[in-house]
Ligand binder design. Structure first.
Ligand code: SF4
Length: 172
């Protein structure tokens, strides 16, 4: 089956940000970013390069979405499991995209610091959630104004921290 129509696809990082913070998602989607200087993004790049040193696989680019398929599994590499739900849903999003492209795969997330591997498979419920989340992401990206600040523990590690907390009051 190849069924990519009627869905507003987003990049993997946008999908991930939906689960991390919708304000971050909006800021990123508007090109407002300090991401190149972010330690977290740097760590992500390191993780990505590290993955290629460890295993020989192939990188597959489908439209705006790029996935690593290694040993027949879609693999995602993260430094830690601190954003576990977001990481799992990002990988499920890749599996969903591949399925709609006619490619059925399972995946695994490698948390490098913890040396843990988590296997991930896509269920029917996941597919319904992903479709619903894609609609929500589309609506968030269309908003003229940024979603309100919601202070959470990850804020101090976020590349938008100064942007959020030096200019606006907390709207918790
Ligand atoms: S600092 Fe916090 S509220 Fe601001 S974008 Fe980052 S995670 Fe969201």
């Amino acid at each position: 089956m190849n069924d990519l129509t009627e869905i507003n696809w987003v990049t993997g990082i946008e999908f991930y940000y939906y689960y991390v913070c919708i304000r971050k998602l909006w800021l990123f989607s508007k090109g407002i970013g300090f991401e190149n200087n972010s330690d977290r993004v740097l760590q992500g790049k390191v993780a990505h390069e590290y993955s290629h040193e460890r295993e020989q696989g192939k990188e597959v680019q489908l439209e705006d979405i790029k996935v690593d398929i290694l040993n027949d599994l879609v693999k995602e590499f993260k430094i830690t499991s601190s954003m576990k739900e977001a990481s799992i849903m990002q990988l499920k999003y890749y599996l969903f995209y591949l399925k709609r492209s006619g490619i059925d795969k399972e995946g695994s997330i490698h948390y490098l610091k913890e040396r843990k591997v988590e296997n991930v498979a896509l269920s029917k419920d996941d597919e319904e959630e992903i479709i619903s989340v894609l609609e929500k992401i589309d609506n968030i990206k269309k908003q003229d104004n940024s979603p309100k600040i919601k202070k959470q523990s990850i804020c101090t590690k976020c590349s938008y921290y100064e942007f959020c907390f030096s200019k606006e009051v907390d709207h918790e």
